[in-house]
Design a protein around this ligand. Sequence first.
Ligand SMILES: Nc1ncnc2c1ncn2[C@@H]1O[C@H](COP(=O)(O)OP(=O)(O)OP(=O)(O)O)[C@@H](O)[C@H]1O
Length: 626
Amino acid sequence: MERLPVFVRLRPTEAVQAVKKSKNCVVIEDECEFEASGILDNASQDETFKVVGRPLVEATLRGISSTLLAYGGIGSGKTYSLYGGKVNHERGIIPRALEMIVQKMGSAQIQVSAYEVRSTDHIVDLLTPGPIDLVTCTVGGQLRDISSFPLKDGQSVRDIMKLIETNRTINSHQMTSITILQHDEAAGETIKSQLLFVDLASAGRNSVVSRQLSLLEHVVVTLGCKRGTRVPYRECRLTHTLQASLSSETNTALLCTLQPDKKLLSEALATIRFASRASKMPISREVRDRAPDPFLKVSELNKEIETLKRELSVQSLLTRGKSTMGIEPLNANQIAEAQRQVEEYLAGGQYPDVISNRQLCAVFTAFKQVLAKVTEEMKPKGAPTPVEDTKGNKSAKTSTKVTRPASRASVKSRLSGRNSGKNKNDVDDKPETPTPKSKRGDKGKNDKKEALDKKGSAIKVAPQAESTLSDEIEKDAGADEYPEPPEKQVSYKMFREGEGRVVVRLLRDAEIQAINLEKVSQEQAEIYNARIKVRNELKRKDRNTPDEVLPDGRPVITEDKLADILKLKSLKQELTDAEKKFHVSKSKAEYCRDQARKIAERVVIEFAEWEKRTFGLPATSSPAQE
Ligand SMILES: Nc1ncnc2c1ncn2[C@@H]1O[C@H](COP(=O)(O)OP(=O)(O)OP(=O)(O)O)[C@@H](O)[C@H]1O
């Protein structure tokens, strides 16, 4: 396992110096205090980038997430090294890194975000100023809803740098994060890598910053200890946000900036102490992070489209009569029209005109009826006729339907509308004399075939004089008696799997959505209650701790107490947020439950109508309602 590389940059000074460079050693008061990976003495911004920044950019472009931490005393040059000075050649490591990425990015997608952890322990977005929430996930603290800007060209580099420059504040730790998504053709996967620059506030700025930095030092020291030692990442937001970047699976480097002045010796010593402790931290230059597969993303988006479509149909269903979505049940005329179009198509015409799901169902039903009819007609007579229920199951029950036997040729001719072998002029309008079914033999069949063949040509010459296939189907249907109604549960199953499947599916989806949202609302309530508990404990602790006072009567605020006060302050905001989230999720769940109720009512109505149409029953309630 490799150890953290530490670079030391000495700020040029005219004053008497206590710190010097000797090869790769930082020499303080003539004694080698620390051996660094590189020392930048009197180095230009360009040189500093080449030594410190470029290797990290190159690693990130190879798919290895990398981090650069800048640590040092007040005015020692951290910000100057990372962001740069006022003129072009003084550009710091960050703008140079962004420029290098723009040059080399190819087809990769780059997003930049920036934020700062303030001494109040709040996290603020630097590109779209505003507070950001920190949530805990498996890899550490994750920032929720942080804004990110795409990196496209030199102009976007300048825009991003300007935004950061404008919004950052002193006394805060600033982070600039560059996320690179690139497709690895050979492996057929997307590689995600992140380059993070951390400009740590100076230790001497204030007591809270000092505390945050000593917690960071504690984390760094623990990381350098034996594997398995618990690392106290969650002691403050600074270390919590850096957890993923400091873990041994990233490629991290440290830049320590020093002012060599004799007068600032204690600051230099503190910086070198941090450098020396951090240099024991393990790092990895190999781990590559696989981003979610873009194809999976596409399938997720497709699922979302399906959900949105279903939501749209719910809307359409609920605004019955006002919508143009066409998910209303078709009326008798529309069904007849679908059947007419199917006949026309089978006779060599255009495809049926379908614009809605319901029409599609009607067209398929018409096809099914024609197919059933043809199959029926081709069956040898005398055999029991299987009856098909709406589910497609066949029983050996004899059909109550009045069947008209016909030969294959005659049926074909009827469907195609063509005269099978006969001349167009051989029209015979003479009505057929009906033959009793039981007495028909082969001769009767042939007679029938002939009669139907003639009928086929008659339709062509004088269609208005003859009944169409749809008329016959309708007539047949009219001749049917209503089938025996099955048990309510069975008929509902038929409805659910047939005509009612869309609305029943909508009901099921709406219920699932309502249950999920109710779960979310429950979780939000738990989060809120947990925060309340913490707040109450802090308040109780505060009440039970007697205030220390100075002899002149002024109260003393200890570091512990200050930390509690800050915690209470941030809890107050968290409580407001948690309460807001709870109310939002609760009203979403209620709305969804209400929608599900409305759809359930629609299911009841549609089932009753279907039952009435199918079995000639009076409208009743559905098992769904029961
Ligand atoms: N290597 C350097 N070469 C030239 N000027 C430098 C160098 N380092 C720092 N400076 C100058 O010193 C000043 C202070 O530096 P800088 O703002 O980077 O300090 P800092 O370490 O970020 O301190 P703080 O955290 O207190 O803001 C800047 O105005 C910068 O111009």
